[in-house]
Design a protein around this ligand. Structure first.
Ligand SMILES: O=P(O)(O)OC[C@H]1O[C@H](O[C@H]2O[C@H](CO)[C@@H](O)[C@H](O)[C@H]2O)[C@H](O)[C@@H](O)[C@@H]1O
Length: 254
C-alpha cells in the first residue's frame, strides 16, 4: 500500500469524481467492549447525509454488521449499504437483497453453546453469518477457533472463518467486501468514479485491494490491526474530521 502522505497528496491534487466506501466499527465509530455498546456520535448521520449529497449518492457503508443494525445506528439516514461483509445489499430505500444462504441451524446451535462453555464469549447471529466475540477474554481465541473449525468440518460447508478485531466470524466463502465494492461500482450511481475505501480491519483488505485495482485510494485506521505508525488515520474521530472537510470541499456552496 502507498504511504500516508502520498495518498493524501494524490487526493488533494485530484479533481476526480470520487465514490466513498466506508467501514463502520473502528472507522466511523470507536470500538466498544461489545457490539451493542457502541456509541454513535449524534452528528454522524447528518455528516453522512452531507457527504451523500456532495457525491450525488455515490456513498456506501460496507460493513460486517447486518444492514438492519446499520439502519438502527444511522436513522433516519438509510445509506446504500453492503452488510455482513457483502452477504447483504441494500440500495437506497429498496429492500435488502441477501446474496447468501443462512447458516445451517445445527451450526448456529453448536456455536451458540460456546457462550456457556467459555467465559467472556459473546455470540452475534446475523442470518448468513455468525460472529463469536472474545474482547472480554482474548485468551479464548484459540479454543474458539478450534471449535469453529470443528463445526465447519461437521456441517457448515461453503462457510469460512474470518478473523477480525477480537472476533471470529463464520461467513459464506463467496462473500467479501471487495466483491461488494466491485458490484456497486458497476451501478450507474457509482460507474466511472474513483473509489475511496476507509477501513480498520483485516476484513477490509479485500475492499482496499478493490479500491487500488480500480485506480482509487485505500485509507487505513489505527487499531489492533493497523499500528498508529502505519495507519492513515489515528482514530474514528480523525476520520470524521477528514470526512467533514471532504463534504465542505465537494458539497454545494451558496
Ligand atoms: O466491518 P465493520 O463495520 O468494521 O464491522 C466489523 C464487526 O464489527 C463489530 O464488532 C467489532 O466492533 C465491536 C463494537 O465496537 C467490538 O466489541 C468487537 O470486538 C469488534 O469485533 C460487529 O459486532 C461485527 O458484527 C462486525 O462484523
Amino acid at each position: 500500500m502507498e504511504g500516508r502522505l502520498t495518498k493524501q497528496s494524490k487526493f488533494q491534487k485530484s479533481n476526480a469524481d470520487w465514490a466513498l466506501f466506508l467501514d463502520f466499527d473502528g472507522t466511523l465509530v470507536d470500538i466498544a467492549p461489545s457490539p451493542e455498546s457502541v456509541h454513535v456520535p449524534r452528528e454522524l448521520p447528518t455528516l453522512l447525509g452531507r457527504l451523500d449529497a456532495a457525491l450525488g449518492g455515490a456513498l456506501a457503508i460496507v460493513t460486517g454488521r447486518s444492514i438492519e443494525a446499520i439502519d438502527a445506528y444511522l436513522a433516519p439516514l438509510r445509506p446504500i449499504t453492503a452488510g455482513v461483509h457483502g452477504a447483504e445489499l441494500r440500495l437506497g430505500r429498496e429492500q435488502i437483497i441477501s446474496t447468501a444462504l443462512p447458516l445451517p441451524p445445527a451450526a448456529v446451535e453448536a456455536i451458540s453453546a460456546l457462550s456457556n462453555k467459555v467465559d467472556g464469549v459473546r455470540i452475534e447471529i446475523k442470518r448468513s453469518s455468525l460472529a463469536v466475540h472474545f474482547r472480554s477474554n482474548p485468551a479464548a481465541a484459540r479454543e474458539i477457533e478450534e471449535e469453529l473449525r470443528r463445526v465447519l468440518i461437521d456441517g457448515a460447508s461453503g462457510f469460512i472463518i474470518r478473523p477480525g478485531r477480537m472476533v471470529y466470524e463464520l461467513l459464506p466463502s463467496h462473500v467479501s467486501k471487495g466483491g461488494a465494492i466491485d458490484a456497486l461500482l458497476e451501478l450507474p450511481l457509482f460507474f466511472g468514479r474513483r473509489p475511496i475505501v476507509i477501513g480498520d480491519d483485516r476484513s477490509d483488505e479485500t475492499a482496499f485491494e478493490a479500491a487500488e485495482r480500480r485506480g482509487g485510494l485505500a485509507f487505513t485506521v489505527a487499531g489492533e490491526h493497523f499500528s498508529r505508525d502505519s495507519a492513515d488515520f489515528e482514530s474514528p474521530l480523525e476520520v470524521r474530521s477528514w470526512l467533514a472537510a471532504f463534504a465542505a470541499r465537494f458539497g454545494a456552496h451558496d
